[in-house]
Design a protein around this ligand. Structure first.
Ligand code: 7TS
Length: 409
């Protein structure tokens, strides 16, 4: 069953053999493949319009500026931001979160609390550790429930953890190692109720379903273009404009100042304030194309498709001897993460590669969570629009071959 019978034809990279087998790409949580229209947008920009933005009065510069600012408007529409100025182009989720940590986080004082969760990617964890260290603020974590984190986040713990001392509540929408989907709307509401600012890591959700920042009620949202069919090196920090314009810049330099003298400088408002230097013009334009592409497929349908495949993979893998499946048993996102007591995740990934299957094995930048669950890592299969049910059968067959090799069956 495929929601879009011809979708695979849009992705040139899929049509190749790996180790003599047709490629089965199941590493979409790390990065998604790019449709032809996104690749073409990059080529078109460099062949026709390449110029620096915002400073030129010649034709190419005006075209480049229009396309770059048009991309900002497109991204605003993609997440239903109130205005394009709420979209700051960054290198990706990691840079977006660092930007909030350095600009908003620098205001914190001893006694203030940053609340994160135990399922955060290092990108939404280490920047807060650093800010806590430099400001004297305290970092606390919402725990996960169950030996395999099958209970998701312990929301009852919020009653004691979300106090008025909490100034920042940073959490992921979808866990990249568990597949858990967090109730972001509720978490943002609860943050707001105690006067905390919400920071939503949407790296794993943005390309996999509808996402409306105003409906969710988020203050800041971070995501990466490369996980949503866009290029690497481009991403977004969304911030509510009232908040953004109270923040100082993280980086300073050209393009973000309204005036400069030898004594000092004054900042432009958002978004320019946060985009010092020549921005990543081509990739922003191509990212806007990725938005068109995903909307063309229908994002609610993408969620249904990806979650269905992951649910099916969970079910089919669960019969394998000795398998330990992580994350919720019920509603889950488009990935499945598992381990076997006697086979290292890296061996599994290497064996699967012989079968043409691209998986990911390791701690997935969730070291504290892995440690809590008593694991060094897991193997992860993650699905996207071009994956098919037959690929799950190939995955299960490959796992059986591996288990047999290791004498685990
Ligand atoms: N947050 C989450 C939830 C992620 O899954 C990732 C990347 C990031 C932040 C960082 O994104 P970046 O684009 O800035 O690197 N996750 C993964 C992964 O699971 N495997 O490779 C990268």
């Amino acid at each position: 069953m495929s929601s879009w019978p011809n979708v695979r034809a849009d992705f040139p990279v899929l049509h190749q053999q790996v180790n003599g087998k047709p490629l089965i790409y199941l590493d979409n949580a790390a990065t998604a493949q790019k449709p032809r229209c996104v690749i073409d947008a990059l080529v078109h920009y460099y062949e026709r319009d390449n110029s620096n933005v915002h400073r030129g009065l010649h034709a190419l510069s005006m075209r480049a500026t229009d396309a770059y600012e048009g991309a900002r408007t497109r991204l605003a529409k993609f997440i239903n931001a109130a205005e394009p100025a709420e979209i700051i182009f960054t290198r990706g989720t990691t840079e977006s979160i660092n930007l909030v940590a350095h600009s908003f986080g620098a205001r914190l004082r001893p006694g203030d609390v940053i609340l994160a969760t135990e399922m955060e990617h290092h990108s939404n964890l280490v920047p807060w550790q650093q800010i806590a260290k430099s400001t004297g603020a305290t970092l606390r974590y919402v725990p996960v429930l169950g030996v395999n984190a099958e209970g998701g986040l312990d929301l009852t713990a919020l009653d004691t953890l979300l106090t008025p001392q909490v100034k920042i509540f940073a959490f992921t929408h979808i866990s990249n190692s568990l597949g858990a989907i967090n109730p972001v709307r509720e978490l943002c509401r609860r943050a707001r109720a105690v006067g905390a600012v919400s920071v939503v890591d949407a790296a794993q959700s943005i390309g996999h379903g509808p996402f409306d920042v105003r409906e969710i009620g988020a203050d800041f949202v971070a995501f990466s273009g490369h996980k949503m069919c866009g290029p690497t090196g481009i991403g977004v920090l969304y911030g509510r404009s009232e908040l953004l314009n109270t923040l100082g810049p993280d980086e300073t330099g050209g393009g973000m100042v309204s005036s400069v003298d030898f004594e000092g400088a004054r900042w432009k408002p958002a978004p320019e304030r946060f985009e010092a230097g020549t921005p990543n013009i081509a990739d922003a334009i191509a990212l806007a194309k990725a938005c068109d592409y995903l909307d063309g497929l229908d994002r609610a349908e993408i969620a249904r498709h990806d979650n269905h495949l992951a649910g099916l993979a969970y079910e089919k893998l669960s019969v394998l001897p000795g398998i330990r499946l992580l994350g919720p048993t019920g509603a889950r996102s488009g990935l499945v993460s598992f381990s076997f007591a006697d086979v290292h995740a890296h061996d599994i990934v290497t064996f699967a590669d012989e079968d043409g299957i691209a998986l990911r094995g390791g701690h997935h930048c969730n070291q504290p969570l892995m440690r809590k669950l008593g694991l060094t890592g897991t193997t992860r299969a993650s699905f996207y629009v071009y994956n098919r049910e037959e690929e799950i059968d190939a995955l299960v067959a490959s796992m059986r071959r591996i288990l047999k090799f290791f004498g685990a069956t």
